[in-house]
Design a protein around this ligand. Structure first.
Ligand SMILES: Nc1ncnc2c1ncn2[C@@H]1O[C@H](COP(=O)(O)OP(=O)(O)OP(=O)(O)O)[C@@H](O)[C@H]1O
Length: 276
């Protein structure tokens, strides 16, 4: 993770839109109010299977609220969110995980006193079929799931380049902890992975490694939704970008289109659109 710090990221991923346009997640005219605050205002976009979609916007634009609405933390005031055609709005969080949506958080939320391996195995539990009696009495199904969960957790740790599965999460480096969160989310075998500012606090070399990891995740067939403030990373890794400002969608398109969009430039520079 040290030799690529100053190289511009490979932007080939931005040249071609995804070949298949099968809708995976539809945010259908979603409005979400917190009292007087309109955190999302008639937001409408579709995430297609197999793509890496960036969700960007200045602080307070509504990005995390949008993630929270997709993952069952909040129910939209108006509109709905559909995943593979099924309504997710208002469903319990664990049901949404079982449908195939996983996420990481802006602030690291690991179990610090558990090992890296155990943290990932907790993620895999979302799909375990072991009944309570089977777990209590250690019936064969329990051991079978325990073993396969452990093997898969080892594979996932290798996938995110964590070499110390037995280390307590709190003893891992900051970068490792962030990657461990990703491994734990992947352990739920998601169809869609939502990453909330995964590069926060990373140095350029760590960002380059993360860019490669996100592509590797997509190459395994997982669709990725990425909230990220680092424009170099966003422009380098996403296929398309949706831009929010004050809860409204102000732009959507290929990274190059979004980068040159006057409304987006104005939103980031904090000047009125017609002055940009
Ligand atoms: N639980 C809540 N109660 C009240 N207001 C909220 C709540 N969550 C978010 N908001 C407000 O909704 C708006 C959107 O916030 P949100 O966190 O979604 O923005 P963001 O784009 O993720 O910002 P950042 O980049 O700073 O994380 C903000 O005005 C915020 O203060």
């Amino acid at each position: 993770m040290t030799d690529t710090a100053d190289k511009a990221p490979d932007t080939t991923a931005t040249d071609t839109p995804p070949p298949q346009r099968e809708a995976l997640l539809e945010v259908d005219h979603v409005t979400l109010r917190f009292g007087g605050v309109v955190a999302l205002n008639d937001v409408n976009f579709t995430l297609y299977k197999g793509e890496i979609l960036g969700l960007i916007g200045p602080n307070g634009a509504g990005k995390t609220t949008c993630f929270n609405a997709m993952t069952g933390v909040y129910t939209p005031t108006q509109g709905e969110i559909r995943f593979r055609g099924e309504r997710v709005s208002g469903r319990a969080r664990h049901k949404i995980t079982q449908l195939g949506i996983a996420r990481t958080f802006q602030n690291i939320r690991l179990f610090p006193e558990m090992t890296a391996l155990e943290n990932v195995m907790v993620g895999a539990d979302a799909h375990h079929k072991t009944s309570v009696p089977s777990a209590l009495f250690r019936l064969p199904r329990f051991w079978k799931e325990e073993r396969s969960g452990r093997d898969r957790a080892h594979d996932l740790l290798r996938f995110v380049s964590i070499e110390r599965p037995g280390e307590l999460a709190r003893n891992l480096s900051y970068g490792e902890q962030r990657r461990l969160e990703i491994a734990r989310a992947l352990a739920t075998s998601p169809t869609l992975l939502c990453l909330d500012e995964p590069a926060a606090g990373f140095n350029p070399a760590e960002k380059d490694a993360l860019l490669k990891l996100i592509r590797k995740i997509r190459d395994t067939g997982v669709t990725v939704l990425l909230i990220e403030h680092d424009m170099r990373l966003v422009m380098g890794v996403t296929d398309r970008i949706v831009v929010l400002e004050f809860g409204k969608k102000i732009a959507e398109g290929l990274p190059a289109e979004v980068r040159d969009n006057p409304a987006v430039i104005a939103a980031y520079l904090g000047v009125p659109t017609d002055a940009a």
